[in-house]
Design a protein around this ligand. Structure first.
Ligand code: PXG
Length: 434
């Protein structure tokens, strides 16, 4: 049976090109997808950075099915259901100490906008309603809501969508091509955080509500933070009374070899944004975890009644909560964060072994994520990258491509042989790219 593909308007996709030669995935198990022709495709991308515990986890599927039969939906405003409360408590327990309160959304984008609104609410509650500027970073990705796009630093995502949020500012990004082929965190570059001083000087700390960064920029090509950078950003935001938000939509749930980047780097922000791996990708869900201090200020200033005028019909949805609880069980039982940390050196070696392949201008890695950056064709930036995506798929490997950078972020259950298989397929692709 052939399906008419025209009705589905696909996100972030060259729809016409895709529909001319569809790459259709029809099932998945463990480390592999199967495509419409029955071919196995190694998942080098954890779907879209979210299937961290691997595909087809019975425990998650059964938890979702049981919950759907028991309680399909419960209102999230002024009503509750037990799993949302249980999940908030479990999440709070696996986050660095102090993140005692968790707000649920349905996506990373919504969680970002929620965190930005919480930051504004925090300052208003403390009598500083003029702290309204939100600071992001060049090359940052924070989803596609108007808030997230406004603090985001990807020109193509901003262009053509009007004036966006007023009063947003951007720190310079941390990437320096002079440090190509660095393994793990670059030693130099922490001073990029001092760019916040420039913004403070220009606009006044008393106008700035929050700084939001990805601890490791994912979507714009895997940019590990220079050593000391996040620490410095924490110091500066604290000094100026500015909240620090870590967008851990990608780095959360074990990707860097710890539950969160906050834990790994020992840097505690005021708000943590989660999504993706939270439910292993099985049901959409996002979350914002708030430090006690942020929550206390907002609750302290509220009179009787609603403390925060914000929320979604499906906040803490029963099926998502069931999936997330089962995901947390798997993480604990299989010690997936430790497993990712143990496998990271092997992925590092495998990716850096591609350094001598044609057109490779950089290899970056941290935890169980890495990127191989290719020289752009002078006349067609991005063309080599999209050719790589297609060739990888033909080789039986799913990767993510952004511009001319190939990103790999396999499920954390990946073994050494699969890492070698991934690197072998990449090499074959690189050798024949034009
Ligand atoms: N923050 C970060 C750091 C993200 O990576 C979002 C927010 C938004 O999440 P939602 O659930 O609204 O999509 C993301 C999402 C890619 C790619 O190719 C990355 C994302 C999404 C789709 C593709 O790198 N990240």
């Amino acid at each position: 049976m052939s399906t008419d593909l025209s009705a589905y308007w696909m996100p972030f996709t060259d729809n016409r090109r895709f529909k001319a030669a569809p790459r259709m995935l029809v099932s998945a198990e463990g480390m592999y997808y199967r495509d419409a022709s029955g071919r196995r495709v190694l998942d080098g991308a954890a779907g879209l950075w979210c299937v961290n515990a691997g595909h087809g986890r019975r425990r998650i599927a059964e938890a979702i099915a049981a919950q759907a039969a028991r309680l399909d939906y419960a209102p999230s405003f002024q009503m509750g259901h037990p799993l949302a409360f249980a999940l908030a408590a479990r999440l709070s327990a696996v986050l660095p100490s102090g993140f005692e309160h968790v707000f649920f959304t349905n996506s990373g984008s919504e969680a970002v906008d929620t965190a930005l609104k919480m930051a504004l609410a925090f300052h208003a509650a403390r009598g500083e309603p003029d702290r309204t500027r939100l600071v992001g970073r060049e090359r940052g990705y924070h989803g596609v809501g108007f808030g997230g796009v406004s603090v985001g630093g990807i020109p193509a995502n901003r262009r053509g969508f009007g004036p966006l949020l007023p009063g947003t500012l951007h720190l310079r990004h941390t990437h320096d091509p002079a440090r190509a082929f660095t393994r793990g965190q670059p030693e130099l570059g922490a001073d990029a955080a001092d760019d916040l001083e420039r913004l403070v000087e220009e606009h006044g700390a008393e106008t700035i509500a929050a700084v939001i960064v990805e601890p490791m920029a994912g979507s714009t090509g895997v940019l590990p933070p220079p050593r000391g950078y996040l620490e410095r950003l924490r110091e500066l935001t604290r000094r100026h009374g500015i909240l620090l938000i870590f967008d851990e939509v990608i780095t959360g749930f074990g990707r860097l070899g710890a539950m969160t980047a906050s834990e790994l780097f020992g840097v505690t922000p005021d708000l943590v944004v989660l999504a993706k791996g939270l439910t292993n990708g099985a049901v959409p869900m996002g979350a914002v975890a708030a430090r006690r201090t942020v929550h206390a200020a907002i609750f302290g200033a509220a009179g009787d009644g609603i403390e925060l005028f914000h929320g979604y019909t499906a906040s803490g949805h029963p099926l998502a909560a069931a999936a997330a609880l089962a995901t947390l069980d798997i993480f604990a039982e299989e010690e997936l964060c430790a497993r990712a940390a143990a496998m990271a050196p092997h992925l590092e070696d495998a990716l850096h072994s591609l350094r001598d392949a044609p057109n490779v201008i950089d290899v970056r890695n941290i935890g169980l994520v890495g990127a191989v950056e290719l020289a752009a064709r002078p006349d067609a930036p991005g063309a080599r990258g999209s050719q790589a995506l297609q060739s990888c798929f033909e080789e039986g490997l799913l990767v993510r491509v952004t511009g001319d950078t190939i990103a790999v972020s396999p499920p954390l259950i990946v073994d050494e042989a699969e890492v070698d298989q991934l690197a072998g397929a990449l090499r074959r692709v690189l050798e024949r790219l034009t």
